[in-house]
Design a binder for this molecule. Structure first.
Ligand code: NAP
Length: 360
């Protein structure tokens, strides 16, 4: 993290504490506001899909927890690559705008819906939210909420669930990472990439190959065994170091890299597709890069997979959580990850913190 980033983070964190730490005063003030009889809160609203000018901070009605939900006073929320894709409308079946973006947050439990058990008002938590996380207050079903350790800051907790659960599930649930294996990860300097690198370091003798823009190499060089520039011929570079290739390829650049990734797999190796960052080439959605990505998606022949002993997989955490009902499985993963955090084996990297008003 650059020094400038650290200073900004501390300064903004203090601002967040000051802003949201106040007890709501009678009739308004603190983190909530009253207008007539309606209690309100602030949220980032995406007015329509497009550029940064579509984002603004607005007042919205204070949400109240439904049966089975928790109401959380948000202290920090995560900004992930998927949020950028949502802003552009670069996702499948986008919801209607206006909407409040954001899929994860951390904060303090402020109220419990009926039938909620295991949580109390005042608990420090992190949570997945199916949109609406970029707000002062969110309500989300209890199955998506996790208590956080006392020594985990709110900013760390907001950077934790999406990055680490995704990385953990791909490495251990899908690809079965074991001692002595090797992993290639694209965007190694990103949130998921850094979580992958940290989790690989918890298993003995794992070699991590990573691609990232060269200006990030200095900051991440200790976490990745072999780093290549994002535009380098990484297939050739990996093969120069390991002629047999790698055991696991994690690919978030849908379309451009599937064939290359498969060609790098050792026998019984696993290729996982989990993103399409390459569709984002500017501030707004580019129909050209969207079409190009789809056009370039490799046709995979299952007979070739069987002959070459290779595994191809896909992974989508949000679908697993919000469409496929696997919250119980993910809670087990979060428990394991919090165990690793408590043992000081993993730690989210927070580059910088921004106030709601700075969202653009
Ligand atoms: N499937 C899932 O469940 C799941 C969950 C979380 C994230 N993801 C996906 O994982 C990827 C990384 O997410 P993140 O939150 O870790 O991202 P992040 O921290 O924002 O990092 C993204 C990095 O991707 C690279 N990148 C950006 N635009 C690109 C482009 N047009 N072409 C090639 N590379 C580009 C850049 O790194 P360099 O310039 O250094 O290469 C950028 O820093 C995204 O595609 C995201 O959607 C998927």
């Amino acid at each position: 993290m650059a020094k400038e980033g650290v200073e900004k983070a501390e300064e903004t964190e203090q601002m967040i504490e000051k802003e949201t730490g106040k007890e709501p005063a009678e009739g308004g003030g603190g983190g909530s506001h009253r207008l007539g009889d309606t209690q309100e809160m602030r949220a980032v609203v995406l007015a329509g899909f497009g550029g940064l000018n579509k984002l603004r901070v607005s007042r919205k009605a204070m949400p109240e927890p439904q049966d089975g939900e928790l109401k959380i006073r948000v202290k920090a929320c995560g900004l992930n690559f998927i949020d950028l894709m949502v802003r552009q409308g670069n996702i499948d079946n986008p919801p209607k705008t206006p909407l409040v973006p954001g899929f994860e947050c951390s904060g303090i439990v402020e109220a419990l819906g009926d039938s909620v058990k295991g949580y109390e008002i005042g608990d420090r938590v992190m949570a997945f939210v199916n949109y609406n996380a970029w707000a002062e207050v969110v309500c989300t079903p209890v199955e998506f909420v996790y208590k956080i350790p006392d020594d985990m800051s709110f900013s760390e907790a907001a950077a934790f669930p999406m990055n680490f659960v995704t990385a953990y599930m791909m490495l251990f649930e899908v690809a079965n990472l074991r001692e002595g294996m090797s992993v290639l990860v694209h965007s190694a300097g990103g949130g998921v990439g850094q979580a992958v690198a940290q989790l690989c370091s918890t298993i003995p003798n794992v070699t991590v190959f990573g691609t990232a823009s060269t200006f990030k190499h200095e900051a991440i060089k200790d976490s990745v065994t072999h780093l290549f520039d994002r535009n380098a011929d990484y297939v050739q570079e990996v093969k120069r170091i390991s002629a047999e290739g790698v055991d696991i390829v994690l690919d978030c650049l849908c379309g451009e890299n599937t064939g290359k990734g498969l060609s790098l797999l050792k026998p019984l190796g696993t290729y996982i597709l989990y993103g399409s960052s390459n569709m984002v080439t500017g501030e707004t959605k580019s129909f050209f890069s969207f079409a190009k990505s789809w056009w370039q998606v490799e046709k995979v022949n299952p007979i070739k997979l069987y002959e070459e002993n290779k595994v191809i997989a896909g992974f989508s955490l949000l679908n697993l959580l919000f469409k496929q009902g696997r919250a119980g499985l993910i809670r087990g993963v979060v428990d394991k990850l919090l165990g690793l955090y408590t043992q000081k084996k993993i730690k989210p990297t927070v580059d910088s913190l921004w106030a709601l008003e700075e969202v653009r």
